[in-house]
Each structure stands twice: as C-alpha cells, then as structure tokens.
Design a protein around this ligand. Structure first.
Ligand SMILES: *Cc1c(COP(=O)(O)O)cnc(C)c1O
Length: 382
C-alpha cells in the first residue's frame, strides 16, 4: 500500500507498516530460526540471506518499523541497548574527543570511561542543566561525537536537542541522542537535528520487561553507518529471531502504553509536588521544572512515564520507602507495563553523581489512583 505517508505514525506502527504475509495472508510475521541459508545447484544463494549473524528475515520488518518511527533512513537492531551503544562507539578512533552529560545512563558512561582509558579517546562530561556548558565543552576540529540524553536519566533535565545539534555541527561533530526515555512517541530526535538516535528497546519499545534489545537509527546513509553495520556483524551482538518477533509484537501497543504512562506520571507528579515529606518532585511535565519550556516544545505527546522523588531523610529513608511499596515493584529498569521504584544511587556505583535521596519511579499502566495510594501509604509507613 502506498498511500502510506498520509497516515499517522501511530496507525502505521500498530499495523507494522501494513504487514501482511505474502505467502499466507497472516497479519503477524512468521518466525525463521535458521542460522544458515542454502545455495542452489549453481552455488548461488537462494535468497539474500547467507548466515544469521550478517542478516536474517526476522530483523527486517522490525528495522523498517523502527526507521519509520524515528523518521530515519535506516535502523539496526542489537542484542541489547548496550550492544548498540558499544557498536556506535566502535566508530570513534583514538585521539578523537567525545562529549557527554555528567549525569546520564550509567552503563553508557561506564563504557565511555573505559574506551577513553583503553583507546586514548578524550572524554569531557558536561553539566546538562545549562546548554552553555555543552558549548564550552566541544572543541572545534577535535570533538567528533556529542552524545546526549533528553530527558537526562534520572534527574530529567531537558536538553534542547536542536541547540545541541547546532553546537555539535558547528564544531564539526555529530550529535547522537539516547532517546530511550522520551521514545519517538513524544520526541523524534532526528527531526530536531540529531544524526543518529539510540533506544534501549528493552524499555518502552518492548514494554513488558521480558526482552532485551537495542536500536540505532541513522538520519542518513554514510561511512559511519556502514561501519556500525559491519561492527554488528563482526562483534555478533545480534538480536535473536524470537526476541525480534516479540519486540515487534510489543511495539504495536507502544503509543497506547506510552500515552497511558505519561498521563499517570503527570498526575502522580502533580499530586506529590509540594508534599511536606518530599524535598522535590522532578518531572519535566511540571511547570516548576527548569526544563519545562524546552520540554513543551520538544516533547510533542506527553512528558513520559518516568519521574523522580527527592525524599527527606537521605538514602536510608529512600530505600525504606521503596521497600514499603505494595504495588510498585522495587526493581531497576523503566518503560514496562508494571510500575517500578528504585533507589538509583545504590545501583549506579562509585562514579554516580545521582543524589542519595533520589527515588526513580517508572510508571506503568496500572490504575493511576492505585499508584498514588501506594506511594501515599509507603510515605505514611515511614
Ligand atoms: C536501559 C538503558 C540503556 C541500556 O540498555 P540495555 O537494553 O539495558 O542494554 C541505555 N540508556 C538508557 C537511557 C537506558 O535506560
């Protein structure tokens, strides 16, 4: 069908870009588990596939849907978010300079610290509360990659992606955006000038806390993208066929789940803002949030399903509140249908700059009043 572009993205994702199996009419794709693909009597491959590490049919529709979701030229899936992050940073050479936020997803920062030591890549971490800090951190002619998240996990500063792209491009660097938290439902980073966008598909894309996957989407075909594809084949961080199938199945409800989580997160944030038992509620959807104006421009369909509570009483109180919940599951991760609560500093390790009294909440799709009641009773129990 080719009246495609008139349709909303939402409808296209629900129907996996109008997928119908050519052989059977099935509305869900078949699963191909084969790792190797036969040749014919002329010794030519029967299809474009030869060996599953370099390419297999289970990735194709998933990657097509992901490319459309972010409005990119092409997408590639990986065995986990970190496999995608690592494949991306394999394209950075010794002597180059990378800039990233001081508070960001700790796994990506740990990897950056490691390659900066092992491969003589220079790393500058900037305070994301002010875009001018990014401007001061780039070095024209030397910086090759600016890597950002927006909102920044788990304090939710909102980085202006268009401004960051302009700064990166002026310095001769590319802008890569970790879009996991906003998801393309509310922020399509490539439209704001990013060159490449990354998602931990383990989070909102899959949404059911049962598949690990990572996605990279490129704005344009270029040498770096070719290298990323080669790196995936050579390092083998590939997504299994069943995981690819499950992920695509889950993505059909991405908009529905994300909208619901966003609505509930806003209600929860508004309910607890100003609560005397808390120091602060951090959520970009609150008017009091320093990044609210940028968020209103950049997050076009809700402010997302994650927020943080800064509690009174430090790490001990925070951990007790997390431990006392009945509905919220005290566990790491985000973007699933079940609500999670986590003391972030405990999981991030020695480099963490996250406040000790911070609890991160990932809002799922449960009844919102039940979620509010649960936090109420947990604060009460303290
Ligand atoms: C989870 C996460 C990652 C890492 O993805 P995995 O799928 O766990 O490997 C990267 N960035 C952000 C913001 C995340 O939340």
């Amino acid at each position: 069908m080719d009246n495609d572009k008139e349709e909303s993205l939402e409808s296209r994702v629900v129907q996996a870009c109008h997928y119908i199996d050519e052989l059977t009419g099935g509305v869900s794709p078949p699963l191909q588990f084969s790792t190797t693909y036969a040749r014919d009597s002329e010794y030519e491959y029967l299809s474009k596939f030869s060996y599953s590490r370099s390419g297999n049919p289970s990735w194709e529709l998933l990657e097509q849907v992901c490319a459309e979701l972010d409005g990119g030229a092409e997408a590639r899936c990986f065995a986990s978010g970190m496999a995608a992050v690592c494949a991306f940073f394999e394209t950075v050479n010794s002597g180059e300079h990378v800039v990233a936020p001081r508070i960001m997803y700790h796994g990506s920062q740990d990897w950056l610290r490691r390659i900066s030591e092992k491969r003589s890549i220079e790393l500058t971490l900037f305070d994301a509360s002010d875009i001018e800090n990014l401007r001061r951190s780039v070095e024209p002619g030397k910086t090759t990659v600016v890597w950002i998240e927006s909102p920044v996990n788990p304090t939710w500063e909102v980085i202006d992606i268009a401004a960051a792209a302009a700064i990166a491009h002026d310095a001769g660097a590319i802008l890569a955006v970790d879009g996991t938290v906003a998801s393309p439902v509310t922020t399509r980073a490539l439209e704001h000038g990013a060159d490449i966008v990354f998602h931990s598909a383990t989070k909102y894309f899959n949404g059911h806390s049962d598949v690990m996957a990572g996605i990279l989407v490129t704005a344009e075909m270029n040498a770096r993208w070719d290298e990323i594809k080669l790196v995936r084949t050579l390092t083998g961080g590939v997504l299994g066929p069943f995981e690819a199938w499950l992920l695509l199945r889950s993505m059909r409800t991405l908009f529905l789940r994300f909208d619901r989580a966003s609505e509930s997160a806003l209600r929860l944030a508004q309910h607890f803002e100003g609560d005397s038992r808390l120091e602060r509620v951090l959520y970009p959807g609150l008017e009091s949030h320093p990044g609210h104006e940028i968020a209103k421009r950049q997050m076009t369909r809700g402010f997302g399903g994650v927020l943080s509570l800064l509690v009174k009483g430090g790490a001990e109180a925070a951990k007790r509140i997390a431990g006392n919940t009945r509905l919220f599951v005290p566990a790491t991760s985000l973007g699933g249908v079940e609500s999670l609560i986590e003391h972030r500093a405990s999981v991030e390790g020695p480099h963490s700059a996250v406040p000790q009294n911070l609890l991160r909440l990932s809002i799922g799709i449960e009844n919102c009043q039940d979620l509010i009641n649960d936090i109420e009773q947990s604060l009460e129990a303290l």
